[in-house]
Design a protein around this ligand. Structure first.
Ligand code: RTP
Ligand code: MG
Length: 140
């Protein structure tokens, strides 16, 4: 298995409830290393661009509004098989379907306010990391 990097976002429902530390603990317990991290407040335009792939979905407007509503923590996680491993730790999109012990099972409020984002493939991970982080922020 290869060492990979993936882009993670701790969403506004979780930053608002001060859950960043508890969520980071889940990542670290799963063997994922937080190699870059910053707290930012996305503008609606930035959130819309990030989730552009969903622009024709009925929930797009609500998703963009939510992601720009309060600060988020964006981070790069590194480890063996990090993209799939992070998706496992996150759990299913809808917390009602998420496995016990996953972040979304423990913390998500709804299918929309579901606490975390994680890249879903190698190509999207590369694009999403570059969307938020410069090369200088990714040393080591
Ligand atoms: P993410 O991209 O945030 O990691 O989540 P995901 O892959 O598990 O789910 P995806 O299908 O990519 O959807 C992106 C985000 O849109 C919101 N959503 N709302 N109201 C709804 O039915 C609905 N469906 C999706 C969620 O915040 C989801 O994570
Ligand atoms: Mg997705």
């Amino acid at each position: 298995m290869a060492v990979e990097r993936t882009l993670s976002i701790i969403k506004p429902d979780a930053t608002r409830r001060n859950l960043t530390g508890k969520i980071n603990q889940k990542f670290e317990d799963a063997g994922l290393r937080i190699v870059a991290q910053k707290r930012i407040h996305l503008s609606p335009a930035q959130a819309g661009k990030f989730y552009e792939v969903h622009k024709d979905r009925p929930f797009y407007g609500e998703l963009v509004e939510f992601m720009a509503s309060e600060p988020v923590v964006v981070q790069v996680l590194e480890g063996e098989n990090a993209i799939a491993k992070n998706r496992e730790v996150m759990g299913a999109t809808n917390p009602a379907n998420a496995d016990a012990g996953t972040i979304r099972k423990e913390f998500a409020l709804s299918v929309g306010e579901n606490s975390v984002h994680g890249s879903d493939a190698a190509e999207t991970a590369k694009e999403e990391i570059a969307f938020f982080f410069s090369g200088l922020e990714l040393v080591g």
